[in-house]
Design a binder for this molecule. Structure first.
Ligand code: ZN
Length: 278
């Protein structure tokens, strides 16, 4: 899978968003905490009180010890992959639901309940979350965007039906990202497919399992992909706007019937087009 972000960042972004979705923590909050922690797989930092912070989300050994009764070993926090993010998201969710104080104080309890440590952390994650929110908003694509709000609907006609959702996993050992990198939208063979964003066509042709595929690069490192097309009606270098027809629904490549595979990427990392509604 092509990607120009280093693996640590791919994992941080994909796992933060996925774990946040799973436990109801906004993606921007997860990303803010993850970047503030600045952890990575295998990283151990010692604290003045004799405990250690482990792994990507710098989970504290004192807290991890309390998970032993659930059969979760402390070393799980050190591993690559999304598991440590899920532990962190679960913990942040509990802080938000159960703790006292305002929202950001609760989230900052992830770091420390002690006011002197909580306050600066709180201030930093508030700023970071705002930045991540702006970043996420750039490619927030909602189901309504597929409908007829514009003369040329994008990227599929109003009567669409999603047949397969987004689901990415980061392999704990190889770091490889696998799973379904986009959304599958059922549509009749030949249905016009329209670009969901302004941009320039960077790929228009056969691409392995994608079959006939168009990729549109937009501002801020965002790209959208339209795969399994029966026909392509743009060339590489073509400037498109939201709603420009770029081809027609087909079943080329790794596909069992006519549908559109729609994918949104940030600098090569597939992002859930529907999962950024927080
Ligand atoms: Zn697909």
């Amino acid at each position: 899978m092509a990607a120009d972000l280093p693996p640590i960042w791919q994992e941080r972004i994909v796992c933060s968003i996925a774990a946040g979705e799973r436990f109801g923590v906004p993606a921007a909050v997860m990303l803010a905490v993850a970047t503030q922690e600045g952890g990575q797989p295998g990283l151990v930092r010692s604290n003045a009180n004799g405990t250690y912070d482990l792994g990507s989300m710098q989970l504290n050994t004192a807290w991890l010890a309390s998970l032993a009764r659930y059969g979760v070993p402390a070393r799980a926090a050190l591993a690559t992959g999304c598991y440590s993010y899920q532990l962190a998201a679960w913990r942040i969710r509990n802080h938000i639901l159960r703790d006292h104080g305002d929202y950001w104080t609760r989230v900052a309890n992830y770091h420390s309940h002690t006011p002197a440590f909580n306050a600066p952390y709180r201030a930093q994650i508030m700023v970071a979350a705002q930045r991540w929110n702006a970043w996420l908003a750039q490619y927030r694509i909602r189901p309504a965007n597929f409908a007829q709000s514009r003369p040329a609907p994008s990227p599929a006609p109003a009567a669409y039906r999603m047949t397969s959702g987004f689901g990415l996993r980061v392999h704990p050992i190889t770091h490889a990202i696998s799973g379904h990198a986009g959304l599958d939208i059922a549509a009749a063979y030949g249905t016009p497919v329209n670009s969901s964003a302004d941009g320039v066509v960077t790929h228009a042709g056969a691409s392995g399992g994608y079959g006939l595929m168009v990729e549109v690069a937009s501002a801020n490192g965002i790209a959208t992909r339209y795969a399994h097309l029966s026909r392509i009606s743009v060339l590489p270098g073509t400037q498109v706007t939201r709603g420009t027809t770029i081809g027609n629904v087909g079943s080329t490549g790794f596909s069992t019937g006519p549908h559109l595979h729609y994918e949104v990427r940030f600098r090569g990392v597939p992002i859930n087009p529907l999962g950024l509604a927080h």
